[in-house]
Design a binder for this molecule. Structure first.
Ligand code: ARG
Length: 579
């Protein structure tokens, strides 16, 4: 409730003549019970600063508060003061705010010279199937990018492709030994996956394959124009082509495709910087930074004894590069929780170097995607399902096919069923991923995900289609925007207070989602708003209402549709007007 909250704050500060420290302690929150008011002030912290009992301060503030045409009343309830807004003011703020595309409902243009938020996301390893963990990173990172852009922050979305190092060298070895060109062109990701598996099997019996891979990597890192280099370019190009399909379907774009290989020529300078800071030690031939002093037991290895660089070396070079190039205020790494130690070590090295950059490194971890094991009924890590790889495109296809079947049943006359099925199917997966706080594991359950009555993508999308349907019947252009506010008597929307209050939470929610790197807060808001709308429309007619009431409700319907679409857009969910 960004605007209303600011108004209450201002009024409280004036009424009690709060000083700066007291203003810090002023905390507004939704009331425990909405019947008590629209927003509550808990007086504990303030009362402590003033050395009085919280209920006493609450009573004092309520008594001093003078109503105006926005805030109707302030009443004390124990240690809380509950504020209530005039219903017309509430409606005007929400409905006109949205339809006139005012902040926070519309994106704030980026301020010139503002620091960037770097978001390192998706970042699959090339020449390997795009696995479900990468799907989560892609979906969460893209949502955070949109959320920050909405707030007017400059965003640099980076795909830190795994296109260098030993994992890639193993792939190259497999390709050189067992690869089949025709097969690769027919189905690049599948062939690469087969090669990758074959390497794994063969390396068990022939550990010398790993030495071969290490030699290939050395040849690649030598910088010479050799067979390894050509192979690397080829496999990288093929992989990028294959990744583009799912990225397009998910509506995800990147500002930079700077993978690990991009740092080939930048690692040396990074190593020198570490050495110059006096924290690089030689341990058993390898160059390492010890982190015991920071409570991290495992040292960070930056160069192996054979001279090869590592994943960490490239992340360090990348951090320096991003700092110099983007001048970021935060660098968010959207990477699974299993890499916690990796990022602690990265930060640790920078901390030991005395680099302020250390505090900008933020690992944004997330949980696993789980699938039900058909035999045992237990939920397990998705990728382990039958030991098979998951090809993201196939998962998306399955979602779309499921939705297509549901549409054929529910709405056989729909004009463009394939397009709607694509939007609803892909969105269902995205929505399911962003529904709960990111650190929780996500259960991949088709039935649950596609349930039109559950807390799902289709459920919220359906609310948009329902609102659009009402506007269609009224012959109103759903995107008419500000024009729909003309002549509206906002007092007539008093009965929609639940919808309005939820709409007014949007600004704060987006802000908190950005601060906490938690897109699920936005998802949760769309679920609540959809629920409030369905409840409202159950006993409030628009089509059959009196002209004045109809005008007001039409504006409400258009605003609710627009805000739901904006919120869904932030999390990467399309909202068709018919489904
Ligand atoms: N390619 C890595 C993986 O698949 C993720 C990279 C994440 N980003 C980073 N800067 N380390 O596990």
């Amino acid at each position: 409730m960004t605007d209303l909250r600011a108004q209450v704050r201002e009024r409280v500060v004036a009424a009690l003549e709060l000083d700066a420290a007291e203003q810090q302690a002023l905390l507004l929150q939704p009331p425990k019970n909405r019947e008590h008011g629209d927003i509550a002030l808990g007086c504990f912290a303030l009362a402590k600063l003033r050395g009085v009992a919280p209920p006493q301060l609450a009573a004092e503030l309520a008594a001093r508060f003078v109503a105006d045409d926005t805030i109707e009343s302030a009443s004390a309830a124990g240690p809380f003061v509950n504020f209530r807004f005039h219903r017309a003011a509430l409606a005007r703020m929400a409905v006109a705010g949205v339809l006139r595309s005012e902040s926070p409902f519309a994106p704030t243009p980026p301020a010139a010279g503002s620091p960037a938020i770097v978001i390192d996301f998706s970042s699959p390893n090339i020449a390997k199937p795009f696995h479900m963990g990468h799907l989560r990173s892609t979906v969460i990172g893209a949502a955070l990018g949109r959320i920050h852009r909405h707030l007017g922050n400059r965003v640099e979305g980076v795909n830190h492709l795994g296109d260098w190092g030993m994992p890639f060298a193993k792939m190259m070895t497999a390709w050189m030994r067992f690869g089949d060109e025709a097969e690769l062109h027919r189905s690049p990701m599948r062939h690469m996956f087969d090669l990758y598996r074959r390497y794994g099997d063969e390396a068990k019996a022939h550990p010398e394959l790993d030495d071969e891979a290490a030699a290939h990597f050395r040849a690649l890192e030598s910088g010479a124009d050799n067979e390894e280099r050509r192979m690397w370019q080829f496999l990288r190009d093929e992989s990028l082509k294959a990744f583009q399909g799912p990225y397009d379907r998910l509506g995800v774009t990147f500002d930079h495709f700077t993978g690990e290989s991009f740092y080939e020529d930048r690692m040396e300078a990074a190593m020198q910087r570490v050495a110059a800071a006096g924290v690089l030690e030689v341990d058993d031939g390898a160059e390492v930074v010890k982190l015991d002093a920071l409570g991290i037991k495992v040292p960070c290895i930056l160069r192996k004894s054979d001279g090869a660089t590592l994943y960490h070396t490239r992340d360090l070079a990348a951090a320096f590069y991003r700092e110099a190039t983007f001048r970021p205020s935060r660098i968010l790494y959207i990477v699974g929780a299993e890499q916690k130690l990796h990022f602690e070590q990265l930060r640790g090295v920078l901390k030991r170097m005395g680099e302020p950059l250390a505090d900008k490194i933020e690992h944004v971890p997330f949980g696993l995607i789980l699938a039900r094991n058909e035999e045992t009924g237990k939920w397990e890590k998705f990728a382990s399902r039958g030991g098979n790889a998951i090809f993201l495109d196939e998962v998306l296809d399955e979602a779309v096919a499921n939705v297509r079947r549901i549409i054929a049943e529910k709405n056989p006359d729909l004009d463009d069923p394939d397009e709607v099925a694509e939007q609803v199917g892909v969105s269902a997966i995205v929505f399911n991923d962003l529904k709960n706080s990111r650190i929780k594991d996500v259960k991949f359950d088709w039935e649950q995900m596609l349930n039109f009555d559950g807390e799902t993508g289709p459920y919220v999308q359906y609310a948009v289609a329902r609102l659009a349907g009402i506007l269609r019947k009224l012959d109103v252009d759903p995107d008419a925007g500000a024009a729909l506010c003309d002549g509206v008597d906002y007092a007539l929307l008093a009965d929609a207070e639940q919808v309005l209050l939820t709409m007014l939470e949007f600004g704060d929610t987006v802000q908190r989602a950005a601060e906490q790197s938690e897109p699920s807060l936005v998802t949760a808001l769309t679920i609540r708003l959809a629920g409030d709308i369905h409840a409202y429309l159950r006993d409030h007619h628009v089509l059959r209402a009196e002209p004045d009431v109809q005008r007001a409700r039409t504006a409400l319907v258009a605003a609710a549709r627009q805000l739901l679409r904006t919120a869904l857009g932030l999390i990467g969910v399309a909202a068709p007007d018919r489904m």
